[in-house]
Design a protein around this ligand. Structure first.
Ligand SMILES: Nc1nc2c(ncn2[C@@H]2O[C@H](COP(=O)(O)OP(=O)(O)O)[C@@H](O)[C@H]2O)c(=O)[nH]1
Ligand SMILES: [Mg+2]
Length: 157
């Protein structure tokens, strides 16, 4: 989950590769992409790429889909872990959404993307400090060069 254009599908594609399925959520024409990701010899997980949302107060069909999944109202998707993808170059806005997810008290992992763009803007992020403050794992990735993907997989194991 995460804001639009934060890098969710990029991460999803790297995690699932060719093991993807596209469907629709019941009743709405919003794409549901699911896929399997092999984390280790003994662990395979189902990953769901949800539509981007700016807040947990849904306004569009897309946002309602994400909302329903998050609040266990989607029969077909049950959450074990919420991976919140946050654009590090727009951290304030992205963390707002992140804090709303954290309030729901589901297990959360925060994945920061766009670290390269943040760096170019002169923004430095204290990843360990952020993790300490939020109380959840924070990992940085760059889907464009595969950086950090192995760490995301290991974090689930
Ligand atoms: N520079 C840079 N671009 C990224 C990064 N992560 C994703 N992108 C790009 O950002 C755009 C939006 O990514 P996408 O995965 O479609 O975002 P989504 O809307 O959250 O699914 C794409 O062009 C990606 O290639 C990153 O860490 N750095
Ligand atoms: Mg996407």
């Amino acid at each position: 989950m995460g804001n639009p254009n934060s890098g969710k599908s990029s991460l999803f594609n790297l995690l699932t590769g060719l093991n993807q399925k596209v469907g629709n959520f019941p009743g709405v024409t919003v794409d549901k992409k699911t896929g399997k990701s092999i984390l280790s010899k003994n662990t395979t997980v189902n990953v769901v790429d949800l539509p981007g949302t700016y807040s947990l107060y849904p306004k569009s069909d897309d946002e309602i889909v994400t909302f329903d999944v998050l609040f266990d109202d989607d029969e077909l998707v049950q959450i074990d872990v919420v991976v919140v993808v946050a654009d590090a170059s727009n951290l304030k806005r992205n963390l707002l959404f992140c804090s709303q997810i954290i309030d729901i008290k589901k297990p959360v992992v925060i994945v920061l993307t766009m670290m390269d763009i943040a760096k170019r803007k002169g923004v430095q992020i204290d990843i360990n400090g952020l993790s300490r403050e939020l109380g959840y794992p924070v990992l940085a990735i760059n889907p464009r060069n595969n950086r950090g993907i192995a760490e995301v997989k290991n974090n689930w194991n």
